[in-house]
Design a protein around this ligand. Structure first.
Ligand code: GAL
Length: 686
């Protein structure tokens, strides 16, 4: 597999929309080096420019871009155009248009409009996609500028046409073998929903949660097979060129673990609202950090790519605020700090029309380089050159937080649990992530299928659905010395949404040493308290607020009660427990504790487990620190200041640091960061 040549700095470039403007491409190529742009993502929505009518191709404009890029040593990220289907195709083959469905009303076929709305199953669409992909791959597969294939764009959504429905029924038949097994797995005796013929199965029936879950799995797998159809066409002509597709962070419509299997490099599109609330120095940056880590962990131990981000405001938030000076650089290098080998933008040149004509771009409508955002982009371009030694280095966490998309779906499909919890899985995970982010401790984000060896600490917040084999893997992990933390609403259902019998948290009950007998959901403004028990093994003290959910639990099997509830009829009952097993231990937190508690708790665990930190000293408020490790053992320490005030950061005593962004000067003792400032330091350079 061909490696990427360097840190990519560039992004979506649509010269096909400007073909009627003479000289524009010359001007763009004059501006690229000024902005430090070394890569272009081309052709993402260019189907009609490439194939204006069926079977008639126009590659001239793309040949020109590819050749100009090659002549300047630039990298091309070449997209397949399947994200938006041409009008001629939608008119000639109506089956490529998506059919909408809510599981209640007769499905309806969409008009040709917008984008990202083709049928995932249609053989006609797949064949047309394959044809254009083969044509692109045959023509450019060995072009010297080609660095990466970008399959389609931001896959999302589902189609409810007869073809998709038939494919779903086949998928179910292959999965369950018989209707008897399916009826059993879905508990279809409920409301007389037993199926007596495969043709009775609809895409969605919200009263059958097992069906809802399987439909979502099917949509993920159908999307994967759509991507495979494209990737095969590309790999046939260009087996050495890696393939990616741009993901969307915590988007909940697809199981990204399933999608990641089809691609060589993970990439995602990052649009944080740092400009929205200037006082937001921790929660939001930590959430974005978590999202980078989640994306990176889809292919652990390797760099990922930030495929899109906006130089300037986007056009789709309620308030499209300006990025404050320095924030563009900060959010760009935040991605690199978490393991990205690129800073890519949507978009390079701002279009004059269409719904994104007011979206941020490197080259604004004014058309020249004398704009604030162009200068900020150029600064990032210089940074990326200075950071060349960091290219290809990796992040090696000792902590894993479990975020499991299937569990998210299982919780959302269940009626009863509090809506605020159902809609807040990523936030619940983020609350456990924040204490590590504040301490400069690296974290992977894994799902219930991931191997756990190699981690010291595994945290599973609100892991409602347990995959087969998960509990066994956690038991082995703990027996071998690992520390495991689970929280309320963990181990409630199995993979088809059926509740575990024999006491929650189901297969984890024995290891954790708790039985969660009842679950109390609190009103929004209600609070309970968690009181730390004296002499608890982490030395926690005091009382903390809890909200939303309180499970009434019993400690059993030798579990120790480390904290209890402060109020209500379950006051004095266990709220935090720990049970030792083999060389490790397993903690259970029965309620949604506040940030202060999570900070004390995880802070104490981090100290006890001596988890590696980017810098030994405590970080000031709003500052995060991250390490990327080079193949030769180099340690690159990124220090990011999300505060709009100056921050002083203590460096490790006895170490020297080379400051890569400011000409390689040497630092010792401490580092001063201006508002929104960034430093990248190589520790103890040889
Ligand atoms: C992304 C998309 C781009 C562009 C961008 C605007 O989600 O992939 O094509 O629409 O948003 O922010």
């Amino acid at each position: 597999m061909k490696k990427l040549p360097f840190f990519l700095h560039g992004g979506d470039y649509n010269p096909d929309q400007w073909r009627h403007v003479p000289g524009i491409v010359d001007e763009d190529f004059r501006l690229f080096p000024l902005a430090g742009v070394n890569s272009l993502s081309v052709g993402i929505f260019s189907w009609t420019a490439l194939e204006p009518e069926e079977g008639r191709y126009e590659f001239g404009w793309l040949d020109d871009i590819m050749d100009r890029a090659a002549a300047r040593g630039m990298a091309i990220v070449l997209a397949t155009p399947s994200g938006a289907k041409p009008n001629w195709m939608a008119a000639k083959y109506p089956e490529v248009r998506r059919v909408t469905g809510d599981g209640v009303h007769e499905p309806l076929r969409e008009l040709q409009c917008r984008r990202h709305n083709h049928c995932l199953t249609s053989p006609v669409y797949r064949e047309n996609v394959r044809r254009i992909d083969e044509a692109l791959a045959a023509r450019y597969g060995s072009h010297p500028a080609l660095a990466l294939w970008h399959v389609s764009n931001e896959f999302n959504g589902e189609c409810h046409c007869e073809l998709c429905l038939a494919a779903f029924r086949d998928w179910l038949r292959a999965k369950y073998g018989s209707l008897e097994a399916l009826n059993h797995a879905w508990w279809t005796g409920f409301w007389s929903h037993a199926y007596t013929d495969w043709s009775q199965i609809e895409a969605i029936d919200y009263s059958v949660d097992g069906l809802v879950l399987d439909w979502k799995r099917f949509v993920s797998e159908q999307t994967s097979s759509f991507i495979r159809n494209e990737a095969e066409a590309l790999r046939r002509h260009a087996p050495d060129i890696p393939v990616t597709t741009n993901l969307m962070g915590f988007f909940d419509g697809l199981d990204y673990a399933c999608i990641a299997r089809e691609i060589d490099i993970v990439s995602w599109d990052n649009y944080p609202q740092y400009h929205e609330r200037p006082g937001e120095t921790e929660t939001l940056p930590a959430f974005i950090g978590l999202t980078h880590d989640y994306m990176r962990s889809l292919k652990p131990g390797r760099p990922f790519l930030m495929m899109e981000s906006s130089p300037g405001p986007v056009n789709w938030y309620h308030h499209n605020r300006l990025l404050r000076p320095g924030q563009h650089r900060l959010k760009s290098l935040q991605a690199v700090a978490h393991g990205s080998d690129s800073v890519q933008y949507f978009q390079i040149r701002k279009g004059r029309g269409g719904s994104e004509k007011f979206h941020g771009a490197v080259i604004d409508h004014v058309g020249h380089e004398n704009t604030r955002m162009f200068r900020e982009v150029a600064q990032v371009g210089r940074d990326m050159e200075a950071l060349a030694p960091v290219f290809g280095s990796v992040v090696r966490p000792k902590v894993a937080i479990v975020f499991d998309r299937e569990s998210d779906w299982a919780l959302k499909a269940s009626q009863g649990p509090l809506e605020a919890l159902k809609g807040g899985y990523a936030d619940a995970v983020a609350a456990h992530y924040l204490p590590f982010w504040k301490r400069g401790i690296a974290v992977d984000v894994v799902d219930g299928d991931a191997p756990l060896d190699g981690y010291s600490l595994v945290i599973a917040p609100m892991l409602f659905m347990l995959r087969d084999g998960f509990a066994g893997r956690v038991e082995k992990f703990v027996a071998a010395g690992g520390t495991f933390v689970a929280s309320y609403l963990t181990g409630v259902v199995g993979p088809t949404g059926l509740c575990f019998t024999g006491g929650f948290p189901g297969p984890l009950r024995k290891l954790l040493g708790v039985w969660a007998e009842e679950t109390d959901y609190l009103y929004d403004d209600e609070r309970n308290a968690i009181e730390c028990a004296s002499g608890n093994p982490l030395g926690l003290s005091g009382s903390f607020e809890t909200s939303l959910v309180c499970e009434v639990v019993h400690a059993e099997g030798g579990a120790e009660v480390a904290a209890t509830y402060g109020r209500d009829f379950y006051a004095g009952d266990p709220a935090l427990t720990v049970r030792r097993s083999g060389k490790g231990e397993a903690w259970y937190l029965a309620t949604r504790a506040d940030a202060a508690f999570l900070d004390s708790f995880h802070g104490a665990l981090a100290r006890r487990l001596a988890l590696p930190r980017a810098l030994a000293a405590d970080l000031p408020e709003g500052v995060s620190a991250h390490v990327r490790e080079g193949a030769g053992g180099e340690r690159f320490v990124f220090v990011l200041n999300f505060a709009s005030a100056r921050r002083e950061v203590r460096l490790d005593l006895g170490s020297t640091y080379r400051d890569l962004l400011s000409g390689g000067s040497t630092l010792e003792g401490s580092l001063a960061l201006p508002p929104f400032g960034v430093a990248v330091l190589q520790k103890n350079p040889a």
